[in-house]
Design a protein around this ligand. Structure first.
Ligand code: GDD
Ligand code: MG
Length: 370
């Protein structure tokens, strides 16, 4: 059984000179319909809300004072994490009534910030970055802002960040079709508090499209910390499935997970019938049922879902309480909470089924044999 997030305590030497801010106010549109009912950082990954993995990484670096910048479904975070004491942390929440964007969200939490050094994280990044090393780079260069960068095969979906030979950032190009380098913004920054004070208050501001280009245009020192650790933005179904499987298999690090890891993770109260095959980092949520001879490969099955006998689920997310009928096939799909997929249906290549929808037996096929 995986630990619940109540089992986690920070392990680093406490460092009160640094506070962390996590941006969790996005709507998670690319993960709909799952994000209709839960904000993206609260979706279960390897048995706990995704945000628990990020919080445990911050705690492991000795940073215990964390502010969540919330907007969409703001109340869900405090309901789950409370004041953070169960994690050995001090959590506070600042909610935007209207979304202020990434830069506006950082500016909006300023009243909670007392430290001079502020670490900011996008709330959907799974990674193994050494947070202390990012802070060391920031302090030794004396920069106004330090940005954590990683290298990816296709930078177009990210912020592209060229640097010079001294490691100084020379430009910030958010989601450009013509990226000049494979270095991208990994969604972790170190700010001097005074730089956050300079961001306009009370209006939407993008840190990527406005704050960073503005600092560079004024000749301010923005530095890069490049590393090669595990890194994945969990914002799309493909990445969510892959990141979840990597956590289950131990490819993605998380201080929140302990014990041996393997091809699958089955949580308490779940039932797996004889002959079912669970591979590829499959995770089965609490109280879920997997029928005889079902085959799950890289499947993310949320709590209470049912996969009937002989069904096949590959690289797909099955929402809370959804049912996949006998001998149905779901490949690269997202099935919303409580949806009911009839026997022998085939849902392939990015299919998304909205919550509560019923598809009758044999109702969707990609082939003519039944
Ligand atoms: N509080 C608040 N308010 N948070 C927000 C808002 C807002 O208005 N808008 C977005 N966020 C949060 C999201 O919840 C997420 O955790 C983070 O900010 C980044 O938003 P995404 O929507 O996930 O952005 P992205 O993945 O397209 O791009 C960003 O991340 C990439 C790395 O993962 C950018 O920062 C890119 O430059 C970067 O490469
Ligand atoms: Mg993202």
């Amino acid at each position: 059984m995986a630990p619940t997030d109540g089992d986690i305590t920070h392990t680093g030497t406490p460092d009160g000179s640094v506070q962390a801010v996590i941006l969790v106010g996005g709507k998670g549109t690319r993960l709909r319909p799952l994000t209709l009912s839960a904000p993206k950082p609260m979706l279960p990954t390897a048995g706990m809300p995704f945000l628990t993995h990020l919080l445990s990484r911050i705690g492991a670096a000795g940073i215990t004072d964390v502010v969540l910048g919330t907007s969409f479904k703001a109340e869900v975070f405090a309901e789950h994490f409370g004041d953070g004491s169960k994690l050995g942390m001090r959590l506070s929440y600042v909610t935007e009534t209207e979304p202020l964007g990434t830069g506006g969200a950082i500016r909006n939490v300023l009243p909670e910030l007392t430290a001079d050094t502020i670490l900011v994280f996008n709330g959907d990044v799974l990674g193994g970055t050494d947070v202390r090393a990012v802070l060391d780079t920031h302090h030794s260069s004396g920069a106004d802002v330090t940005i954590h960068l990683v290298r990816v095969g296709d930078p177009r979906a990210f912020g592209c960040v060229p640097t010079d030979d001294d490691g100084r950032v020379t430009a910030f190009l958010e989601k450009t079709q013509d990226p000049p380098t494979d270095q991208i913004n990994a969604g972790c920054y170190v700010f001097k508090r005074s730089v956050i004070e300079e961001i306009d208050a009370g209006r939407p501001v993008s840190v990527e499209r406005e704050v960073f280009p503005g600092l560079l245009a004024h000749g301010r020192h923005v530095h890069a910390h490049v590393d090669t650790g595990y890194w994945r933005d969990m914002g799309t179904p493909e990445d969510f499935v892959q990141g979840s499987a990597d956590l289950v298999r131990g490819i993605a690090p998380s201080p929140a997970l302990s014990g041996p890891r393997g091809e699958s993770l089955v949580h308490e109260g779940a039932g797996v019938a004889p002959g079912a095959v669970l591979v590829g980092g499959t995770v089965v949520g609490r109280g879920a049922e997997i029928g005889a001879r079902a085959r799950l490969d890289g499947a993310v099955v949320f709590d209470g879902a049912v996969i009937e006998a002989g069904a096949v689920v590959e690289r797909s997310i099955i929402g809370f309480g959804a049912r996949i009928g006998p001998r149905a096939l779901v490949r690269d799909g997202v099935i919303g909470d409580g949806a009911d997929i009839g026997a022998r249906c085939e849902l392939l290549r990015g299919a998304r089924v909205w919550p509560g929808v019923t598809i009758p037996d044999g109702g969707v096929r990609f082939s003519t044999d039944v």
